[in-house]
Design a protein around this ligand. Sequence first.
Ligand SMILES: [Ca+2]
Length: 483
Amino acid sequence: MKKTVRLLLFLVLLLGLVSCGFPTFTLVGCGDVQGLIDAIDAANSTPATNDTIELAADCLYELTAIHNSTTGDNGLPAITSPIVIRGNNSAILRSTNTTYEFRIFFIASGGVLNLEDLNLFNGVAHDTANQTILANNSGGAIFNMGEANLTRVNVKDNSSHGEGGGIFNFGTLTMLESALMNNECFISSIWSMGGGAGLTNYGDATITRSAITENGTAQQMWDGIFNASQKTLKIENSTISGNAVSGIDNEGLTSLNYVTFAHNWVSLSSWSGSVYVRNSLFADSPCIGNAIFPIGINMDTDGSCGASLTVSYAQLQFGPLALNGGLTLNHALLPNSPAIDAVSTVPSGTFAADLCPPTDQRGALRPYGASCDLGAYEYQGVAVSDQSAGGTPTPTPTPAPGGRDPLSGATATTTPTHTPTLTPTNTLTPVPTATPTHTAAPTHTLTPTARPTRPPRPSATATKACDPTKERCPTPSPTPRSP
Ligand SMILES: [Ca+2]
């Protein structure tokens, strides 16, 4: 009897292996878009295996046509199964020589897309057949209804005719050492809908050691990130800088730890839901809303964020947006900044998470010195005059006097294990293409145009005519948003 059972179990296992197959690994040649499409189709045809597609290094995969119109027009097949795409610092982009508008990736419910070391440029979410359906026109680089995991992925210069110029998330999204940069939406944001030009989140999003910078335009009034009612957003060790309206506009449940906000028109806006803020820094970036809850030690430069510490911007000793030895843009703390070692080493009561994470945004070990520093950057005792002067950031910082490598945290002077690849500008050389025959001017270019002048920023004492208990209230501004 026992033998029969064992035999049956063996047969079931064998049957399972045969029917499921083994994960496949496909190499796609440099710039071979059809090869990439074929590889995705093949991977989708075996939904039980987590298949890997590897792109050639430092190549451009230029999409020129609409592949399908699943929930809007897409340049690549919908992701319906678990797939890993290793980018090797290549870019998948909507060609600047096409007049078609389409997003890059649509991830269906049940699909899992793991992207590594990849750039996603110039996607435009549009549904030519259903221009009034907001979702179909959302998510310029990625529309996710399944699971999307981005590791060292640069989402830059994407846009939409709906929400989420960069990413529109309805599923589960994780971002690690990744960037949302210069994404935008074309329509004017109105209060009945989300406002995230970088990311609009109607799902569950976790962002770690990443940068959300310069998304949205002041004219169209879009934020860096919008987090919808009852949806969760967790951000740690990340920089949110230079976004057109709010860095984060929250209606849901947002948790922030070691986040640096700088030079956003408003850093945080939250009139409903809740935003819990710990160990974070607000530099020239005010807060508005009554649903922001600072915990423990935070620092701001105008008192509007309810932080326990308020200093002037000049006192803060704060560097410009630069790589500072990391993979994603961040702001250095200069040698005498009061944010250095400002985090208590003693957990404050119930919130043990006041303790330092193992590294900062760049990967430099925390704590350096007596304690952790507020925000995404841990000062390593190195001279940063080149960074504060706005010069070219040094990709390999000088090891600290104590012998610690600022990037890796190693005690030896080892070079970084990987070179910074997510540079703020696209340094990839496009494959030469024939001159396009059409003469119509493209509506979008990779080079952002100068921003229109935006209205004065709200002050902490700005009066608000709107009742937040009854409606979603706009940013106090002399020129309120129009629907
Ligand atoms: Ca420190």
